[in-house]
Design a protein around this ligand. Sequence first.
Ligand code: AMP
Length: 293
Amino acid sequence: MSIESIGAVDQLRRHLSGPRQRGEVIGLVPTMGALHEGHGSLVDRARAECDFVVVSIFVNPTQFGPDEDLELYPRSLADDFIFCEARKVDAIFAPSEEAMYPEPLHTLVEPGIEASRLCGASRPGHFKGVATIVLKFLNTVGPDRAYFGEKDFQQLRVVSQMVKDFDLPVEIVACPTHRENDGLAVASRNGYLSSEEREVAGILYRALRVARERIGDGEGDSEAALDAARTVIGLEPLARIDYIEVVDPVHLQPVEKVINPVRVVGAVWIGETRLIDNIFCDSPKKVLRRRKS
Ligand code: AMP
């Protein structure tokens, strides 16, 4: 059976009533399209774990700031269909802007402290837009599971917290970051990089790994670990740090002394392109124990 493409909320609800009545496990992978292997890893996981897989494709205008790349953002719906067909997706939900926002919303989701810092500080209003559209998609699809990438770790935390706070009946599945050979996290915006910029774009991940090594070496002092990471990035003239921090992995608040597991999170500008990434760091004690055994 060929893949169904659906553009309207009521049409999607009707389409899903069959699988729902049959008791099938429904999985949702929300995306902004321009699908790549990073998205593919989420789709493959959903395909392996669910009976019916829906991929949503929607470039959500309310999560872009006035000076951001909404107009420029890559769109490739025809290729995305082929991509989804090859990965045996059951339905694509690709609504128009009018279908999602027939009139401006009066009610918006205001995320909490998970959204206030890091990308939330650099992109005011971004996570309000994200949380609101994700809530609309969860309400429309009613999935048993929804798949999100750890690459956008703050988004994953904002969504998970919203699901918890609002008692939404869905399991949020966190999927590991899919990377290029040099460690660069695969992302739609990587296409903005010139070839010279692409050469150096792996620097963010290299810097995060340096911070992780320092923490693992028993460097409980976050600033010292971050200094080492900043030095790595500072050596590259094309790169400019937006932020780099050590945070707790739940509420994303800064951690000064690393005792428990943390995330090192960062955003850098490579020329005009802003890249984000993050890395898990186990507690120094556990790393040392692992290294000894
Ligand atoms: P986007 O289309 O960029 O909004 O991403 C849609 C979903 O795919 C989000 O949950 C992202 O975190 C996830 N995603 C994007 N790139 C990657 C990647 N390289 N590895 C894993 N997940 C990713």
